[in-house]
Design a protein. Sequence first.
Length: 103
Amino acid sequence: MTQFTLPTLKSTDFDEYLQRFAEFVGSIEEGQYGQYKGRLVLKMNRSQFEERYQQYLDLGIHYGELLERSDTIEDSITVDLRAAEIDLLIKNSLFLPFPKYLG
């Protein structure tokens, strides 16, 4: 099996999220909602962000494993990945349509 560098939660990810939030949604307080891509998004605090981002990474890595094994992929996985990307204001997916870490 080929070794890849899996994406991980970095110390700078929350600060980058705050920058994206200010750019895409605007200046609002943590715990308030704004609009992004036609959906309401919560401005998360660091703890909420880290939990949601880790869920996103775990789901994306699982998706990549399914692709590597040529397993059947349920639509719900891609829907959940897209939903997480909206919540996290991720413009360029790490995983869709194909995981970037798999090259």
